[in-house]
Design a protein around this ligand. Structure first.
Ligand code: NAD
Length: 457
């Protein structure tokens, strides 16, 4: 079976056609991964770091080609695609630095007669199922800590970035990673569904809550561990004491950057009623400085959505809001003069809590804004979602920030312009946003298991 890749910036013109990995090739890759994993696990940390470094070295001379593939296939503005590659290398390097300490044995109990040592061993063979919204960063985020901890990885990128995925397959082959330790699987959901039913030790899933639930159901049959990073509908709360000029770029970027296709994007804005006019005017001002356009155009800030199906879904969500009385502050249309999956950055007011833009995850450049009067009301509105990935709180009062942060049902909370992105900072959600953490020591602990070794003195 072949998957066709198209360019959402240029009226869906054909980019390429890729043959998917067959069921037989997947089964054989799992068997081979199982066979080589113990030798990989028995290497020293510096040896595993060096092998992963060789993948980075293989990517470096082809960085521009990787960036162009991301820009063409998913609509990532080219300057951001380049920056993503550099950031990915930083993540790998930080994980390398922290691995030894994170995985070191530790004595947890000792008396006159015995000593108990907690050690960490890799899970074994791990399947990673990944989305398209951060194509290159997903490699360190999903596979980096697993590989460095001594696991073998079968890594399936989304079908939306299949040409990019084949390029990564080539770069893995060009690296000095031991054969079969990191296998890139090419395919769509059907291929993913076959892959997650193979005899593996864990599945790391990043993607929509619907798919995560399906994979969890399938994995339950074999009691395979599933670690999920899923959808989000994060709130941003702007209190009456917020310094709007100081924070407005963060508010704008966390919603409209990456064409609104962030799992942890600021998807619902709650504004104290006294600040509404100031906030809307400031958002309009920032928006006037942004260019929507072809991802390969160096001047573009906001590219198209990843695909036509994503544009159609977004338009249906906006139409539902307009049919039920929402008002457009700016945007609301497909921009004139561009052909592809484009949608203008859009701000909506007069939102009711039955609207799809409030209840569902909106994966595109549309921001519903509601007002509140009290802190309690703001917290209740922020928590009014099945998701719990993150929330953003804008206030100059640190006491208030801390009080509110503790009442938000989310795995991550950010204050003003202090976000939560670092390889040292565990990333993950509450509720239907997932059950695991990547990054930091916790990220290493998720992909390893505890072996307690007690010893007589
Ligand atoms: P998706 O769920 O449609 O696809 C994700 C991956 O799952 C793809 O590789 C796809 O081929 C595969 N897949 C689909 N059906 C499958 C099945 N039945 N069995 C096995 N694999 C299957 O999600 P998407 O559209 O690629 O990504 C967008 C979603 O991902 C959004 O909901 C976003 O919030 C979420 N996301 C979450 C995080 C996070 O860290 N929490 C990060 C990025 C994206």
């Amino acid at each position: 079976m072949k998957i066709t890749s198209t360019n959402p910036s240029r009226n869906y013109e054909l980019i390429g056609e890729i043959e998917v990995t067959t069921d037989q090739d997947i089964s054989e890759a799992v068997t081979r991964a199982r066979a080589v994993q113990p030798a990989w696990a028995s290497l020293s940390q510096p040896e595993r770091n060096a092998a992963v470094e060789s993948f980075i070295e293989a990517c470096k001379p082809r960085a521009e080609e990787i960036a162009i593939a991301m820009a063409k296939e998913m609509g990532k503005p080219i300057f951001q695609a380049r920056a993503q590659i550099a950031e990915s290398f930083n993540y790998f390097h930080a994980y390398m630095e922290m691995a030894e300490k994170a995985l070191a044995p530790k004595v947890v109990f000792e008396n006159d007669t015995e000593v108990h040592t907690e050690t960490r061993e890799p899970l074994g063979v791990i399947v990673c199922i990944t989305p398209w919204n951060f194509p290159f960063l997903n490699i360190p985020w999903q596979a980096g800590q697993s590989l460095l901890a001594g696991n073998a990885v079968l890594y399936k990128p989304s079908e939306e970035i299949i040409v990019f995925a084949r390029l990564i397959q080539e770069l893995v082959a060009a690296s000095k990673l031991p054969k079969d330790i990191f296998t890139v699987i090419l395919g769509d959901g059907q291929v993913g569904e076959y892959l997650v039913q193979q005899p593996v030790d864990a599945i790391l899933f990043t993607g929509s809550t619907r798919t995560g639930q399906r994979i969890t159901e399938l994995a339950a049959k074999t009691s395979t561990r599933v670690l999920t990073e899923m959808g989000g509908s994060s709130a941003g709360i702007i209190f009456e004491d917020a310094d709007v000029p100081a924070i407005i770029s963060t508010v704008y970027d966390m919603r409209f950057d990456n064409t609104g296709q962030y799992c942890d994007g600021l998807k619902r804005l709650l504004v104290h009623e006294s600040k509404l006019e100031e906030v809307l005017a400031a958002l309009r001002q920032v928006n006037a400085t942004k260019k929507v356009g072809d991802a390969l155009d160096e001047a573009t800030n906001i590219g198209p959505l990843v695909a036509k199906r994503q544009l159609d879904l977004l338009k249906a969500q906006v139409q539902d809001a307009l049919d039920n009385g929402a008002k457009i502050v700016f945007g609301g249309n497909e921009p004139e003069g561009l052909q592809g999956a484009y949608f203008e950055p859009t701000v909506l007011t007069d939102i009711t809590f039955e609207m799809r833009v409030w209840k569902e995850e909106v994966f595109g450049p549309v921001l519903p804004v509601v007002t509140f009067k009290t802190d309690e009301e703001a917290i209740q509105l922020a928590n009014d979602t099945v998701y719990g990935l993150c929330d953003f709180v804008f206030t100059t009062d640190k006491e208030r920030y801390r009080r509110v942060a503790h009442q938000l049902k989310a795995g991550l909370v950010a204050h003003n312009n202090a976000l939560f992105y670092s390889p040292h900072t565990p990333f993950g959600g509450y509720k239907k946003s997932g059950n695991s953490r990547t990054n930091g020591i916790e990220g290493f602990h998720e992909v390893t298991q505890i072996k307690m070794i007690s010893e007589e003195k």
